[in-house]
Design a protein around this ligand. Sequence first.
Ligand SMILES: [Zn+2]
Ligand SMILES: [Zn+2]
Length: 171
Amino acid sequence: MLLDLKTLGESRVHLERTYPPSAFEATDEFIVGKPVELVCEVEKIRDWYQLAGHLSTRLRVQCCRCGEGCDTDLDLAFDLRYVSEALSAGTNDAEIDNEDLTVAFYRDDQIDLRQLISEQFYLGLPMKPLCQEDCRGLCAACGKNLNSADCGCSVEWRDPRLAVLDGLLKR
Ligand SMILES: [Zn+2]
Ligand SMILES: [Zn+2]
């Protein structure tokens, strides 16, 4: 998934790439559930390359309440400035702020599209994925998934911090 900058030729190139889910390794947070579509414009501006475009796919994540797998669709726009690593190491350019998320680095005249894509995955990943808006989660007593059926346990879930308070009051 390397973009060879030497073969770009023109100063502005339209790029469309599709990668199968199998091209991406599963992580603890997600697996890729649909081909990844990447559409972007690559433009050479002075001594950097500007990559502006879109990425869409579907990630399979885990519901944060019940642990079941659920899908989250990604459709992300990006606009990144790719600066040569060698060039940025040698100069002290105040224009380049390493903390800036829109600045990335390339080396050996190649832009690593895999890195670009996986960074977008993490940017688009929901903080607390839910299989459904009102997921009921798991029973605190028996561990059953309450979305499929009530387990019949009479134990109400209580905040463990409150239990500590109860213990203090009883003293
Ligand atoms: Zn759930
Ligand atoms: Zn239960």
